[in-house]
Design a protein around this ligand. Sequence first.
Ligand code: SF4
Length: 369
Amino acid sequence: MGFSEVFKRIDQEKIKETVYSTTVEKVESILKKKRWSIEDFPHLVSPAAGHYLEKMAAISRRITFLRFGKVIRLYAPLYVSNSCVNACKYCGFNVNNRFPRITLTVKEVLEEANEIFSHGIGHILLVSGEDRKEVSPEYFEEVVTNLKDRFYAISIEVYPMEEYEYRKLADAGVTGIAVYQETYNPERYKKLHRGPKADFFYRLETPERAAKAGFRELGIGALFGLSDFRVDLTMVAIHARYLMKHYWKSRVAISFPRLRDAEGHFKPFEVVTDRQLAQVIFALRMVLNDVDIVLSTRENPSFRDGMLGLGVTRISAGSKTNPGGYSIHPGALKQFEIADNRSPEEVAEVIERKGLEPVWKDFDRSFLF
Ligand code: SF4
């Protein structure tokens, strides 16, 4: 049984009821435990648990050090195309937005990658809008074949593919996938998406297809601001636990960006505060001890710095969110505005000042042979 079947049996209204009826007494009794299960999760992300942030931070910090040590891994996204056939209401790359579309040639991608690599970053995330004709699986195969000798990890955040396509990409050198469900609320999802992405369950099953194809990392998540974030994050946690249990050879990473300004100016359903975002990071770490928690440059520098050592294990640095943004087309339309404009070197310095170690490379392909 795949996760879609599990999903259909989950009563999200009941999760919501649990989240909003949790009392401080219930939270206190849960915080006395030594280990936390997925059943505790809705309580830990409840408004009532928001009063216990310092205690949750201390627990999350302890678990993170025990499981990951004092390291923070760095990565950078490389946008290869802003062409997209979907009309997601919240996104600047929406097919209905009129602006010059850019797709980098393979040569241009390599130039951009060189710029990222020159800062020492060894994990690259290839990002594109969802347009199979413009950026085909073969295009990514060619790009990755040319990148794999320099980057120890190459992830893709592109349109969902079939298992056989993922297998070819894994053979070419792709190591991970990032595919965010955006919101786990199917009704809200339907209202926000037009185009192939509107197929909720095909997207939901994507990490499983990638895992079967042999990717060693599965990135999932929700975009905060599309629906009730506490319920969405509980669903992300359930999804992550399912993947960890059934595809234990792959590492699961979770990301939960907050909506920021994009072309089209979509108004978020709710605005998640820094305290609330911190709470969900701590709750995730308490319940899913081994999951990678990722913070991108969508978040502001002071929040990102404050979260170092408290649960987050990977952050992007020096990011550009437009194709060619590093060196070729700096003026191209961005998918969203970033909040942390510091260079990788500056971010690394902050990590070190906090007594942590920035990791530029944590794997070598030779380990596989
Ligand atoms: S969120 Fe992705 S799929 Fe949707 S319009 Fe933007 S780039 Fe396209």
